[in-house]
Design a protein around this ligand. Sequence first.
Ligand SMILES: Nc1ncnc2c1ncn2[C@@H]1O[C@H](COP(=O)(O)OP(=O)(O)OP(=O)(O)O)[C@@H](O)[C@H]1O
Length: 236
Amino acid sequence: MSIELNGVTKKYGKEKALNNVTLHFESGKIYGLLGPNGSGKSTTLKLITGLVYPNSGTVSVLQEKVTRRISKHVAYLTELDMFYDSFTGGKMIDFYDSQFPDFDREKAFQLLQEMELSADKKIKQLSKGNRGRLKLVLTLARDVPVVLLDEPFSGLDPMVRDSIVKSLLAYINFEKQTVIIATHEIDEIEPIMDEVVAIYNGDIIGHKNVETLREEQGLSVLDWFKSTMANKRKEV
Ligand SMILES: Nc1ncnc2c1ncn2[C@@H]1O[C@H](COP(=O)(O)OP(=O)(O)OP(=O)(O)O)[C@@H](O)[C@H]1O
């Protein structure tokens, strides 16, 4: 297993964001972490990157408990902007190159070109879609075993979403990397997910292999997710 959460509870003050969650992620797979707003998706990713720590339970990456040391091997695309406005795309690449020993500069410029981004344009002049693309360039250019993408499609138009999905498939190393995509927009990642995890109110309410779901139950991820959510809401 490349990532393991065992009995993890995370609270912010009195509020529980994750409730005794056990989840294992294998290497070489793309996982969709799906759930409505506030369900605990970002918290799960932050625990894996060591940005927050559990109140109880353990989180490990590559068999090592998550600390600053192991989190160096995790590339994390946050929902927030990760740029300096006065930098150009090229300068951001230089900056990442100086910060991360695993950063592949050549790959970054290749991705930049593929996403039709200019290396010379200042970040503040970029459209929201192009900022989103640049975030992905910087994240995917890292040669790391774990890649976490938090809402990589938010605010982007369908064409950009499509190009992002294509570059994900082209640039992920399926031999070595584990990818987790947290999103509430299922359509986009439906074709590329190997496994899907549904989360609601801090609880894991379902975890399925996507192929099995399609072959044995004849369900799309979207159908499965909707019925899993509906059943859960009935219980509450
Ligand atoms: N820093 C924080 N302080 C207090 N409460 C927080 C904090 N971060 C998250 N929460 C709460 O924890 C719960 C889970 O939030 P989280 O951001 O993990 O959900 P999410 O599924 O990523 O949601 P979204 O899709 O809106 O980003 C929510 O109830 C949220 O309000």
